[in-house]
Design a protein around this ligand. Structure first.
Ligand SMILES: [Zn+2]
Length: 447
């Protein structure tokens, strides 16, 4: 078998791996590259393979950096089957639809054609076959696929490919344990090869129990200062976890509450998918969900239309605005940054991974002057971060998960910046005695 890496190589976006057997070509994920601009130029480059020759795509979860180039793959000739869990299918539609809208706006501003249109997204949706966790299926002749829970976002899967008497495991993204909403990643007991994510390969997350305390402190100081708290979020998982914590804050904190806004039509639609698939949530949540407003919807105003979004600025402080996109490289959060980033009474709370080159990363790194939608802004607001909202396993969790797997010949590290990958490769060698490859873009390996 031949394994070629065409995205998320020594970086965290654009996941795309080609597996070739004697009889078939299978793609694992087909993600979008994300950087300072919403639609990076690289997304427009031709694929390194001929899409019409691909037999099947296996989608492990529905984050944009794992599914965002699928409509382009279809536009360029792919007509095979796409395999995923049922929530991944529904979330892929929402994510691609949202991406198409943001790209359309960006391409009008930059005066070029968008990467794809709604038509290609509809074509993608016609190609899906959904399978549940732990269900083995022969997807093309001689190649079988099993999904196991990855604990990363709703419906996320570790994919197990068996072909030519070899077992290949692809983590896609591995969840951070404990998750409020999901079961921990399923343990895998045997594999010949693992392709493993390494987003936080060199880091250890802060204690999850501290997370709520830190959020409550930031909310209380926003209330005291009569300020605005901006929280850029990823629409899937992080938003739902945050809504759950806000619900808890309003229940336990005996104080005047700020007005909460969820200014993300995508996050609102995603929350409905969470409610539709309770069997993909953990037991505790399923029990809670039966008789309570789990996602705090009676506390949080949903601002769906542009006019509703604009009206947020008319409401008095204190207020909390949760808006996309998560890395601040597009979306409604940009308009709130223009309104509020200059004032020291306000706070920007970062709760997700900020890729190199994104506005979010610049703010997190302490830049005082930023440019947003053609405007130069000075940063006066406090910049805070809570790491444990991360949906990714940290270094210890990755090592512990890999340690369950016997028979491993080699590990391929993807989906991480170089410093994180080198740190993880070193740790894997020391603790598990296994060699890790860190593929470069376009590199191939015979396995
Ligand atoms: Zn992900």
């Amino acid at each position: 078998m031949l394994l070629s890496f065409h995205g998320a190589c020594r970086e965290v976006t654009g996941s795309n791996i080609l597996l070739e057997t004697d009889k078939a070509k299978i793609l694992l994920d087909c993600g979008f590259f994300q950087g300072y601009k919403f639609a990076e130029e690289r997304n427009y480059s031709p694929f390194a393979y001929i899409p019409s020759t691909i037999d099947a795509v296996v989608l492990c979860h529905a984050h944009l950096d794992h599914v965002g180039r699928l409509p382009k793959l279809v536009r360029d000739g792919f007509s095979g089957k796409i395999y995923s869990t049922a929530p991944t299918k529904e979330l892929t539609y929402l994510v691609c639809e949202d991406n198409e809208k943001l790209m359309r706006e960006e391409s009008q501003r930059d005066n070029h054609a968008p990467l794809y249109t709604k038509k290609e997204i509809e074509e993608v949706m016609n190609l899906f076959t959904t399978i549940s966790y732990n269900e083995k299926l022969e997807i093309v002749q001689g190649v079988s696929l099993t999904f196991e829970n990855a604990g990363h976002i709703l419906g996320s899967a570790v994919c197990i490919i068996e072909a030519e008497n070899k077992k290949l495991v692809y983590t896609s993204d591995l969840g951070n344990t404990p998750s409020q909403l999901l079961d921990p990643p399923e343990n895998i007991t045997f594999a010949d090869y693992v392709i493993c994510e390494s987003t936080y390969g060199g880091q250890i997350h802060e204690d999850a129990t501290q997370r709520f305390k830190k959020l409550a402190t930031i909310l209380n100081s926003t209330i005291k200062n009569k300020g605005v708290l901006m929280i850029p979020t990823f629409a899937i998982e992080r938003t739902q976890e945050l809504l759950h914590d806000i619900d808890h804050f309003c229940t336990v904190e005996n104080c005047e509450k700020p007005q909460f806004y969820l200014d993300s039509p995508l996050a609102e639609k995603v929350t409905r998918v969470f409610e539709k698939y309770p069997e993909y949530l953990n037991n505790v949540v399923r029990r809670e969900h039966k008789d309570s407003d789990f996602f705090g919807k009676d506390l949080v105003k949903m601002t769906t239309t542009v006019d509703q979004s604009k009206s947020i600025r008319e409401h008095s402080n204190p207020k909390v605005v949760i808006a996309g996109s998560g890395m601040m490289n597009g979306g409604r959060i940009l308009f709130h940054l223009i309104d509020y980033i200059g004032d020291q009474k306000n706070t920007l709370l970062v709760i997700g991974y900020q890729a190199f080159g994104t506005l979010g990363r610049k703010l997190l790194d302490g830049e005082h002057k930023i440019r947003v939608l053609g405007r130069n802004l000075s940063v006066g607001a406090k910049i805070e971060a809570i790491g444990s909202y991360s949906a990714h396993a940290d270094s210890i969790q990755i090592i512990n998960w890999l340690n369950n797997i016997s028979g491993l010949k080699k590990i391929f590290l993807v989906h991480g910046e170089s410093d994180q990958q080198l740190a993880l490769a070193k740790k894997i060698k020391m603790e598990l005695g296994i060699f890790s490859e860190i593929p470069q873009m376009g590199e191939s390996y015979v396995i």
